[in-house]
Design a protein around this ligand. Structure first.
Ligand code: PGA
Length: 262
């Protein structure tokens, strides 16, 4: 198996810090991994701290080549939406925004229709969306993975501006693999990544679909990341728990190696 990414797709590894690290500790942790991350070329490296810590982390990442992402946002530009963050507020601070993470879908009721509105808003405001899809364990056990992924891709990624599709990142994160220590097999990840790309091909044309980066996420570690990064259809990973430690640098380094970028 060739471990190389398609030449036009730059691998991307993003660290989803979830609800960890308030501003001071976020800045300190970012500083501790920054030198290691900045030294790795050929892979986009994205840190996604909690919204309140974005500014603090931006203060140390700016100019290093390490990029920033938010974990969520609302689609309106401003208004009476208590507790929400708008795309215009993130613009200039973030390069990326994670949308439709399974925790948002499960705990905060986010639907494909809402994720689709947010994805449109991200594009409209110069943010690159990392849109998450993934089946639950009961879906997989009932052989419904293909149906669930198809509905999520068609719903969350409908009618996007075709000239911007190359900025889209889709994260395949099986819900049962997130935070459980039980990662998907490389074969399962490869099969679903191929499905996602085929669906995007139906929606936007095969050539355009080839420009979209597809990440794997769910219990990615230093020990298993190379298996995923070696897959031609997987362009990197979305890392939760292991992104809160210095391990994240090693995960990016192993991705660069597996993609022949090191
Ligand atoms: P995990 O989380 O790496 O801790 O499984 C991944 C994610 O939720 O993005």
């Amino acid at each position: 198996m060739s471990g190389r990414a398609s030449p036009q797709r730059t691998p991307i590894v993003a660290g989803n810090w979830k609800m960890f690290y308030a501003p001071t500790e976020a800045r300190e942790f970012a500083e501790s991994i920054l030198g290691g991350l900045a030294a790795i070329q050929g892979v986009e490296r994205v840190l996604c701290p909690p919204t309140i810590s974005l500014t603090a982390v931006h203060g140390v990442t700016s100019g290093t080549g390490v990029q920033l992402g938010a974990q969520n946002m609302y689609f309106e530009e401003k208004g009476a939406y208590t507790g929400e963050t708008s795309p215009t507020m993130l613009h200039g601070l973030c390069d990326y925004v994670i949308l439709g993470h399974s925790e948002r879908r499960a705990y905060f009721g986010e639907t494909d229709a809402l994720v689709n509105r947010k994805t449109h808003a991200a594009f409209a405001h110069g943010l690159r969306p990392i849109v998450c899809v993934g089946e639950r364990l009961e879906d997989r056990d009932a052989n419904q993975t293909e149906r669930v992924i198809t509905a999520q891709v068609r719903g969350s990624l409908a009618d996007l501006p075709i000239e911007r599709i190359g900025e889209l990142v889709v994260a395949y994160e099986p819900v049962w693999a997130i935070g459980t220590g039980r990662a998907a097999t490389a074969q399962d990840a490869a099969d679903v990544a191929a499905l996602i790309r085929a669906l995007l091909g139906e929606m936007y044309g095969a050539a355009t679909a080839q420009t979209v980066r597809v990440q794997y996420g769910g219990s990615v570690t230093v020990a298993n990341v190379a298996e995923f990064a070696a897959l031609p259809d997987i362009d990197g990973s979305l890392v939760g728990g292991a992104s809160l430690k210095a391990d994240f640098v090693e995960i990016v380094r192993k991705t660069a190696e597996a993609k022949g970028r090191a």
